[in-house]
Design a protein around this ligand. Structure first.
Ligand SMILES: [Cu+2]
Length: 113
């Protein structure tokens, strides 16, 4: 393998690793993204701070929602659609997808630093 090819291969590996990290819980500037994929919330458990925006993005073909009665209800999200909610109080929020009974998630909301 030539030097140039090796460099390209190394770059590709770095890109793939970077994308993988980005696909996990992305936390930057008070925004946390939760992916709905494979009928699960990913990450299933996320830690956020009061004032943070939580963004659910449906990456499945089927519809999902994210519901915590009295707190938030995304409504049905089609693939590619997203829903945002701002965490206002500390505590543990167990939420779920009402379409798929086993699809559950948890938010741990901590006080802002
Ligand atoms: Cu679902």
């Amino acid at each position: 393998m030539s030097r140039a090819r090796l460099a390209v291969a190394a770059l590709l590996v770095m890109l793939i690793v970077a994308c993988g990290a980005a696909a996990a819980s992305v936390r930057s500037g008070g925004r946390t993204e939760i992916t709905m994929r494979g009928n699960s919330f990913r990450p299933r458990r996320a830690e956020v701070q009061v004032g943070d925006t939580v963004v659910w993005v449906n990456r499945d073909i089927v519809r999902h929602d994210a519901v915590k009665p009295g707190l938030f209800d995304s409504g049905e999200l089609r693939g590619g659609e997203r829903f945002e909610w701002v965490a206002a109080d500390t505590g543990v929020v167990e939420y779920r997808c009402t379409i798929h009974q086993r699809m559950r998630g948890e938010l741990v909301v901590r006080a802002a630093k």
